[in-house]
Ligand binder design. Sequence first.
Ligand code: ZN
Length: 229
Amino acid sequence: MKTLAGVTMEMGISPCAASEQTKRANMKLLLFSDLHTDVSAAKRIVELARGADVVVGAGDFANVRHGISICIEVLRAIRIPAVLVPGNNESFEELSAACATWPKATVLHGTSTEVAGLVFFGIGGGIPITPFGDWSYDFSEAQAAELLRACPPGAVLVSHSPPKGAVDVAGSGRSLGSMAVRDAVIQLRPRLVVCGHIHASAGQQGKIGTTPIVNAGPNGLIFEFTPDK
Ligand SMILES: [Zn+2]
């Protein structure tokens, strides 16, 4: 009886009371990117979202402009707010249309939104222009710099493409990130940058100044904020 009661209590306390406590103290963001139509990865993200306050998807839900709805159909089961940007494998319009059935999702590209007191700014696509050709949803550094002008200082910056010099090293060993995103980070000091795109750096974290830069990747990871004093 004793053992049974002990076990039951422990099981009852850890998921409920613990998350109530951390909710007051910290804010948990679930970060992910580059699902590329992988349904089992999308299902894992839905599970992980149960322990988070906000979900951030940094692009590439589709594959070469195909199958955008495959992962969105799974992800729309997420009941907490979600902030998304298109990758280079889908356009802003394609992602927005697919998310019409996901009421908790906000798709950003050159725009911002406020969720639970945090400001998020999003910029999608491949920056700089990729070598993949016409299908790829890409932007030049100049176009990106123009879009980034609308980014408020101190926001959470969600960019499919990483900033140059942080979590942007490809399998070839080359740094393929964006100078425009890097300049924006230096100038605007976002509190966090969430990116993806360069798969060889998925799951890695770096820093520019005091800003943490996370290449989220398809496995997803929880990033915790301590609220401002
Ligand atoms: Zn990708």
